[in-house]
Each structure stands twice: as C-alpha cells, then as structure tokens.
Design a protein around this ligand. Structure first.
Ligand code: C2E
Ligand code: MG
Ligand code: MG
Length: 629
C-alpha cells in the first residue's frame, strides 16, 4: 500500500546531514536549538513513518498493539513537527524576546489537541483506526491537514511581519524557501498520500535553511574552529545584551608586521594553535576570533579574573610550536569591567575594539581595562554616527564661517568654512567628534561636498569682494582628496553656482601628501581647473620643505600648536621657516590667535594672515553676513 522509495533515501541523507551538524561546534542560541529540534524530530518522523507504513502493510502478521503504537507515535510526531515549524520560524525571526505566556498557550493549543487525539486513536479511532481490513483514516483525519496549514499560515504571516528582523538577505530568503517547500510537501501529501513524499519535502526544507544560514560553519572561524564575529553579535543580541561573566580580549600586537615576517600560512598555524589552546584550556568558555589576530573570550563567573590573566600571560610568554618553527607572539590583554547588561552587540564590539586598539598601538604594556566610560564614549560615537547620517541625508549639515584677517591692516580678507552638526537638543557638535567617524565610514565625501556646495551658494548670494573678502577656505579631507573624480565633482558644483573657482580655496593637510606622485597629479588637475590650495595644520605632520617646494600651494597655515609653542618658548626655527616659505612663494597664516600678544608675535615674525578667537569665533553664515557684509 505504501511506497517507501522516497522515504528511505531521505532518511539516509538526513543521517549524513546530522553527522556533519554534530561534528562542528555550535553556538548556544535559540535559533540553533530550534534547528536541532527540527532535525531530530524530522529523523524520528521518517523512522516512524517508514516503520508505521511497514507495519500497516503487514498488520495481519504483527501484534495489533505494535501497529497501533507505531501509528500513534507517527501521528504524535507529525503534529509536533507542525508546531515546531512555527517555533523554528519564530526563533529565526528573533521573536524569543516576546515572552507572552498567553500567546504561547494559544499557539501550542491546536498542536496539543491533535497530539491528544492521536494518543486516543487506538481506543477511539479518531485520527486513524485499524480493523479487520487494515489501516484506515479516522473521522478526525482532516486535522492532519488543518493543523499543518494553520501553523504554516501563522509562520508565513510571522515571516511577512518580522522578516526585517533578519539583516541578511540570504536568511530572509532561506526561511521563506523553507516555508514554501513545507507548503509544497503538504500539498503533495494530499495529492499522493501513498508515496510518503512529504518526508522528502521536509528534508528539502531543512536543507534550504541549512545551506542558506544554519550551517554551523557560518559562525565559525576556519582557523581553530572557534566562533567568528557574526556569532559574537548574534550571541549578545540573543542574550539581550546580558553578560553572564567576564570578557577577556587577546591581541597579537603588530599583527600585520608579524604576518609578513612569519608568512601567512605559519601565522594561520599560530592562530589555530591559540584557538585550540583557548578551547581546551578553558572549558565552558565561548571563544571568538575577531580578525587581525584578536580573540574575545567569554568566561563564566566561576573563573577568577587574575588567575585567568596570569595563566594567559604565562602561556603567551612561551613560544607556540608549529611543525616548521617556534612562533612567538607579543600579546596584549584587555579585561572588561562592564556591568551585567550592554546596550547592544555593536556597542560592546566597538568598546572591546577600542580597548584592543589601546592594547595594540597605545603603548600600554599592562592589561587594558574597559569600563562603563569607554562604553559610553562608544555609545556617544554611535549616536553621532546616526546624527551624521541623518544630517547628511536631510541636507542639515551647518556651515560656520571664521574670519581670517590681514596681519598688516587687521581687516577681514577671507574666512574658513567649518562644519557643525546639531544634536536633538540643539547643542552644537564640533567636527573633532565626527570628521574621523565620517572618514572611517566613507560619509566624508557627501559631508565635504555638502559643505563645499553651501559655501559656493553663500559666495554666489553675497557680494564678498566689495566687503574686501577675496575667498572662502573649505577643508578637504585626505579621504576626499584621494578621489580621482574630485576635480569633476567640485568643478560641477562651482559651475552650478556660476562662481570663479578661485573664490573657494581648498585646505588640505599633510596627511593628503602621503603619496607624492598622486598628490602632484591631483593638485595639477585641480589647479588647472582654477582651484587654489592651502596647506593646513602645518607642523603636525612630517612634510619637509623639499616636498613642499614642488607643490603649488598658495598659503601655508601654521597649526595652532606650533603657534602656541613658539609663544611659550620662542626660538629661531619658526621665523626661519616662515622666511623659507615666503622665499618659496607661499603666504603664511597663523591659526589659533587667542589674544593680542599672540597676534603681535605672529605679525612680528612675518605671518601674512591671522585666524583665531581673538578676532572672531566661527559664526553661523547668517551672523557672519550681518556682521561682515
Ligand atoms: P582646521 O581646519 O585647522 O580649523 C581650525 C580649527 O581651529 C577650527 O576648529 C576652529 O574653530 C579652531 N580655532 C580657530 N581659532 C581658534 C582659537 O583661537 N583657539 C582655538 N582653541 N581654536 C581655534 P573646528 O571648527 O572644531 O574644526 C576642527 C577641524 O575639523 C578643522 O581644523 C578641520 O580639520 C576639520 N573640519 C572642520 N570642518 C570641516 C569640513 O567641512 N571638512 C573637513 N574635511 N574637515 C573639517
Ligand atoms: Mg582648515
Ligand atoms: Mg588648521
């Protein structure tokens, strides 16, 4: 009566899948437990299905209670799988946080009723019955389909409503495919009830999520089989930010340099050995590898922090023996003093990363401790990031103008455009706290262009020349300067406002001068388009006069630290330097003029222009226009 030609191969494939699944370390999160539950249930159902079908075909030669037992177990598991289907969907969609007991009871009710009816079937014959002619569907058999369709329906609705809880597209599509294949399976079961096709379709559904996101390898670092950063994020998110122990970070200092010395494959051996050591030496801990020779380990509270660190230090003081060589690593450690709960995985990761940077490059040889203050600084950074995105998107980046005066006449001759953001309380956020962020996340291009465009509009709308203002300086980040289409983009903006490009000077810092040939090329193209350049913050970098000589700068701006330093302890170096600049044809501006003394000193040693709070703080464009135009 039953055709087992699909069910038996499905069972074999599932067995293979289980073997792979259990051979790899798995992260303890809901989604993985629910998947494991599906895998185990699925295997049990196929076995029960094959056994019950076999028994039904031979009912007259087997004990009746045995045939009943196998059919009852099969139907019970069948209904449990329907419920598990929804539980799995909900756990993938990260709905574990919603712990509403009433909803849980309502959702499990249909499954529980059907399981009870299956249990009662040997006596009441509701789902199935067995008589002298063999196995038959009972009067409540229709519940097999109703129950499945019900759970599939709410799973699909849940997917539609909460699919955006999943960040990755492959997760969204994988889960949808899982549900669609389940639907196909139940339809085929209705159409061809004797072929036992549904098990094969359930296996296909399981495979679809396994291949798209459930494979434990997606959470594993190849070297040493420890967890990766994606696993770290999901683990923290699932625990709702609750930390149940200590976090220790291990940093292999000068990773890139050491990788060059040891070669990539030896370094990989080293990382594998460290990962294996951590998992073997500290059982019960979760070990994560967070790129560039950095490990994060979650230790349960039972571990003593000091003992832990001394064990780690002792181990890292000894070399790691690979097949070919002894590898020695200079390791730095961080330890967290964070409270029980962190705002998000991203903030925790950013805080750990900044602690690791300190342990790596900060020159700190001891253990770096990360605490609440570090986390708050990172929280503030992430708020600034959000604000920056919103301000750029809504064209709300403000431009302030600070006058530059002629050193001889003390009359305003130009101004510097400086960007500002406003937080939700209307407080000003200065560029010091967001330019670096914008440079790192690439938003600096849009930000810089917005400032440039607003400055061009200001130049267009005001008669600067008759107020004696020759130009406005706009800062250009080294990241922007690297763009090969910079000249086209900035020329396009200048043309849009029909202004002369020489009305907007561009200030670049010494960081932009790292690649000499690119610098020369970029400067030449921009100068040809009519732009003029100043070198900003002179004295903070390493440029030498020979290199400067080759650059077509109009002006060199002395950094305020250089100005301050000279005023506190005057020497011959700065005046000589200024003379040299002038011989090279550059004008010289002194930044950070805060009082009359500094202004007089800078005038005396030959600066042409002065900029600083003594003359004016940066002002909003409107105020600047009222005051100076
Ligand atoms: P910068 O280009 O060297 O600008 C001068 C900075 O010195 C400004 O800080 C200005 O407010 C401050 N300043 C001027 N006079 C005095 C003074 O007398 N005393 C003191 N203590 N400070 C003075 P701000 O506006 O905070 O900007 C900081 C830096 O952020 C700028 O340094 C510049 O490198 C960057 N920045 C500002 N706006 C932009 C922008 O639109 N694009 C890019 N890429 N960078 C910008
Ligand atoms: Mg500047
Ligand atoms: Mg400057």
């Amino acid at each position: 009566m039953w055709d087992l030609s699909f069910a038996i191969p499905s069972l074999l494939i599932l067995g293979l899948l289980l073997l792979f699944y259990f051979s790899l370390p798995r992260l303890q999160i809901c989604m993985n437990s629910a998947f494991l539950c599906i895998l185990v249930l699925e295997s049990a159902i196929i076995i029960a299905d094959i056994s019950a079908s076999y028994a039904d075909d031979r009912f007259d030669s087997l004990p009746l209670y045995g045939v009943h037992l196998l059919n009852t177990v099969y139907f019970m598991l069948f209904f449990l799988r329907a419920g598990a289907l929804f539980v799995y969907t909900a756990s993938v969609l990260k709905l574990w946080k919603q712990k509403n007991a009433l909803v849980h009871i309502l959702i499990s009710l249909p499954m529980c009723i059907c399981v009870l009816l299956s249990l009662a079937s040997p006596f009441l014959g509701l789902i199935y019955y067995i008589d002298a002619s063999g196995y038959h569907k009972g009067p409540c058999y229709f519940l097999v389909y109703i129950c499945y369709w019900l759970y599939l329906f709410i799973s699909i609705i849940t997917w539609i409503k909460y699919k955006n809880n999943l960040k990755r597209k492959r997760q969204k599509l994988g889960l949808l495919l899982f549900l669609i294949i389940m639907c196909a399976g139940i339809i085929l079961r209705q159409l061809f009830p004797t072929i036992l096709l549904m098990d094969t379709f359930c296996l296909m559904a399981v495979l679809s999520v396994y291949l798209s996101f459930e494979n434990p390898e997606f959470y594993l670092e190849r070297r040493g089989n420890v967890f990766n950063t994606a696993a770290f994020r999901d683990y923290i998110e699932e625990n709702n930010g609750h930390l149940s122990g200590n976090i220790v970070g291990i940093v292999l200092r000068y990773y890139s340099e050491i990788r060059d010395i040891y070669s990539g494959s030896q370094m990989d051996d080293g990382l594998t050995m460290i990962a294996e050591y951590l998992t073997a030496e500290f059982p019960g801990c979760n070990v994560f590898y967070h790129r560039r020779g950095r490990f994060i380990v979650f230790f349960p509270k039972s571990y003593d922090k000091d003992d832990l660190l001394s064990r780690l230090t002792e181990r890292f003081n000894r070399p790691w023996k690979s097949d070919n060589a002894d590898l020695s690593f200079d390791a730095g450690f961080i330890i967290s003093e964070l409270e029980e709960r962190v705002p998000s995985a991203e903030i925790l990761l950013a805080t750990i990363t900044s602690g690791m940077d300190k342990a790596d490059f900060g020159g700190s040889r001891g253990t770096v401790t990360i605490n609440r203050d570090d986390m708050e600084a990172n929280l503030r950074n992430s708020e600034i990031k959000r604000l920056l995105d919103a301000s750029i998107f809504n064209d709300e980046v403000e431009v302030f103008l600070q006058p530059l005066v002629d050193a001889k006449t003390e009359k305003i001759v130009s101004a510097e455009a400086l960007c500002r953001l406003f937080d939700t309380e209307g407080e000003i956020i200065s560029p010091g706290s967001f330019i670096g962020i914008a440079e790192r996340n690439g938003r600096i291009n849009e930000l810089g262009e917005q400032v440039f465009e607003k400055t061009c509009r200001f130049v267009k709308e005001h008669d600067l020349l008759s107020a004696g203002i020759q130009c406005i300086n706009v800062n250009l980040s080294p990241v922007q300067f690297l763009r090969s289409d910079l000249d086209e983009r900035y020329s396009g903006i200048v043309k849009k406002y029909c202004i002369d490009p020489s009305m907007v000077h561009l200030e670049i810092t010494e960081e932009s001068m790292i690649d000499d040939s690119f610098l020369q090329k970029q400067l030449a193209v921009m100068v040809e388009r009519g732009f003029k350049f100043s070198l900003d913050d002179y004295g903070t970098g390493y440029s030498n006069l020979t290199r400067l000589k080759k650059c077509p700068f109009k002006n060199v701006k002395l950094d305020m630290a250089v100005v301050k330093d000279y005023c506190q302890s005057p020497d011959d170096i700065l005046p000589t330097m200024i003379k040299a600049f002038k011989q090279m044809g550059f004008e010289v501006t002194a930044e950070g003029i805060e009082d009359e003394n500094v202004a007089e000193t800078m005038k005396r040693i030959g600066c042409d222009y002065l900029q600083g709070f003594y003359y004016s703080k940066p002002l909003p464009m409107k105020e600047f226009a009222i005051k100076y135009l």
